[in-house]
Design a binder for this molecule. Sequence first.
Ligand SMILES: NC(=O)c1ccc[n+]([C@@H]2O[C@H](COP(=O)([O-])OP(=O)(O)OC[C@H]3O[C@@H](n4cnc5c(N)ncnc54)[C@H](OP(=O)(O)O)[C@@H]3O)[C@@H](O)[C@H]2O)c1
Length: 272
Amino acid sequence: MSIAIITGASSGIGEAFLSEVVNSTGKFGGTNIDAIWIIARRADRLEALKKKYSNSNIVPIEADLTSEEGISIIEHELSNKKPTIGLLINCAGLGKRGKVIDRSKDDLSSTLDVNCKSLSILTRLCLPYMVCTGGAFSWKQAPRIINLGSSAAFLPQPGFACYAASKAYVLSFSRALSYELHNLKIAVTVICPGPVNTEFLSKATDSKESKFTGIRAMCVLSPEKLAKKGMKAAMRGRHLYVCGFMQKCLYLASKIVPTSWILSIEKILMPS
Ligand SMILES: NC(=O)c1ccc[n+]([C@@H]2O[C@H](COP(=O)([O-])OP(=O)(O)OC[C@H]3O[C@@H](n4cnc5c(N)ncnc54)[C@H](OP(=O)(O)O)[C@@H]3O)[C@@H](O)[C@H]2O)c1
């Protein structure tokens, strides 16, 4: 059995990636995907997606990725079923807006647990199952990992410090991983979008904001568009996909302009 695994599939970008995988005709790890394991805490949402895509073999797995128990559920499923993993999409993530001093210990720890720890551990658990089957190898059909980073990864972000730092981790981890896994013929893509129209902002601001405003509003993407573009970039073998013109400019600026200068500009353009 060849499977795809999508974390954070119960909403937003993960849900949009699920639709991409369901409709994909591509091969991952040399074969077609037989089943898609979708992981999140909201079991009702996962069940609704199973119904929505009743023609596909969707396997909902309710797991809280902040907990050891949540990770163990997936570990046990893997060791029981011993699937071949053609595609792993690490989409689960969260952030909490506000100064570090104003956020709780739990806010900081859940951000790091989901965005960094679970992404790394889950990736490690999946690697032994990511092998290419069937015929001659081509990178287009390689087993693939897609990690959701963010343009927040490019620079420190006062007012969103823990989230931006966690995404810097995802970016660094993914880029190193793509080199480590080259000889094992596993492709890794990290996607760094700007603002995307999902539940993310509402959760990040404790329901105080639900729509991006100011300069961010000018470059909001739909999750469907991001998933389509992200999947295309991954299939083309991109290690890093920075999505959006403004985000590309920010990425370039982060490489050549001193961080303190950009932080000063950021303070004017995006007061937290
Ligand atoms: N939206 C943006 O502006 C934006 C921009 C750049 C990058 N991103 C990144 O894109 C990814 C997806 O975010 P989104 O915009 O689609 O937000 P979203 O709609 O809030 O989706 C977040 C997903 O993560 C899951 N999740 C959160 N905590 C979890 C936990 N403890 N255990 C298991 N699953 C958990 C949620 O499922 P349950 O709540 O059901 O558990 C949900 O499916 C994140 O990594 C985010 O950092 C988002």
